[in-house]
Design a protein around this ligand. Structure first.
Ligand code: NAI
Length: 346
């Protein structure tokens, strides 16, 4: 039986991995994976890691020295992996899709909550305060939503937005064929959207895709929804824009420095991150703790695919979900085998 070290274990993971992972000897660690904790995986054949684990070169090297040959990410994004360091040492597999509906529906939940001030109304009525002042929203019907990234999640989100009669503008360097979406350049999207929602991966080219300059181009009072990755937004600039009223509100499921905080309880602590502390106090900001994926359907799919990825690796089968290492040359993308084969690769 192959031995698997499972990092950053959450209580909600256990029932699903116990159900599907019976053919592995899995040891569940609460610790996040990083260069210091990688030694816990010494003597294990594989590792299961999550979104805020730190798979930098130092971690990869320690895992490799300890005998680990496969890292199975139980998430879609792999911006936390130094894929150049992993290349030809440790195979990295991921779960490219588990429920685009879960994430797209959460993006809608953030938008509706923000716009109709449900978070405020909930607190008021629990206090028997039934006033309506300060709770005015606007109709989403007929408003323009700019969707950046029209992959699996972005397209489901677009379908939902169509269902409530919003006008959709889309930006993606690889437009989805036959989607019926109106693609425009990024500036046109920013200038014309009442709401901008981010659904692209975090790469070198998308890092701070929303920054001081792009915010200036946006409509006054526009909303920003981010269920993708925190570093897509220059949060310091977002904060400035929220405080000045340039941006009308933000629904954030992700945050630039989330790995220090998200998934843990800091309610008894003074949080030292000034930007996060200020964001939390703003009435027009909703923060959720990277929970957009958190549905029973998604958890089941994550466990099933992670175990099937490990099965493929250990039985030497072709890997369905190996990440693209974007080549060992360091020339990101240019020499990538997948790109050469005409496939998309991030
Ligand atoms: P996907 O790979 O199906 O789609 C990503 C799309 O972004 C592709 O169409 C791609 O062409 C596009 N893209 C790439 N570079 C771009 C750029 N510079 N500008 C605009 N678009 C660009 O990925 P999927 O499944 O739709 O997921 C999107 C992102 O959602 C993931 O990368 C991940 O960061 C995030 N995510 C968040 C979760 C959460 O719980 N909050 C859960 C799952 C994913």
């Amino acid at each position: 039986m192959n031995k698997i070290a499972f990092f950053d274990t959450k209580p909600y993971d256990l029932p699903y991995f116990k159900k599907f992972g019976a053919n592995y000897r899995i040891k569940y660690f609460d610790n996040k994976l990083n260069a210091d904790t990688a030694s816990l995986a010494k003597g294990f054949d594989g590792v299961v890691a999550f979104v805020n684990d730190d798979l930098s070169a130092a971690t990869i090297d320690r895992l490799y020295e300890g005998g680990v040959r496969v890292v199975a990410l139980r998430c879609a994004g792999y911006n936390n992996v130094d894929f150049h360091a992993a290349f030809e040492k440790i195979t990295v597999v991921r779960v490219p899709a588990y429920s685009p509906y879960a994430v797209a529906e959460h993006a809608l939940a953030l938008l509706l909550t923000l716009n109709r001030k449900i978070h405020k109304a909930y607190n008021r009525t629990r206090d028997f305060d039934f006033r309506l002042s300060g709770l005015v929203g606007f109709d989403l019907h007929g408003k323009t939503i700019g969707i950046i990234g029209t992959g699996k999640i972005g397209r489901v989100f677009a379908d939902i937005c169509r269902g409530i009669s919003m006008k959709i503008l889309a930006y993606d360097p690889f437009p989805a064929k036959d989607s019926g979406l109106e693609y425009v350049d990024l500036d046109t999207l920013l200038t014309n959207s009442d709401i901008v929602s981010l659904h692209c991966p975090l790469t070198e080219s998308t890092h701070h895709i929303i920054n001081g300059e792009s915010i200036k181009k946006m409509k006054d009072g526009a909303y920003i929804i981010n269920t993708s990755r925190g570093r897509l937004i220059d949060t310091e600039q977002l904060l400035v824009a929220l405080r000045s009223g340039k941006i009308g509100g933000a629904g954030l499921d992700v945050y630039e420095e989330e790995s220090e905080f998200f998934y843990e309880d800091f309610s008894q602590t003074i949080v030292k991150d000034d930007i996060l502390s200020l964001l939390v106090t703003l009435p027009n900001v909703i923060i959720t703790s990277h929970q957009a994926f958190l549905t029973t359907e998604a958890l089941e799919n994550i466990a099933k695919t992670t175990i099937s990825n490990l099965d493929e690796f250990f039985s030497g089968e072709k890997l369905s979900n190996e990440i693209c290492y974007q080549c060992k040359t360091g020339d990101i993308g240019a020499n990538c085998e997948k790109r050469k084969a005409g496939e998309r690769c991030f």
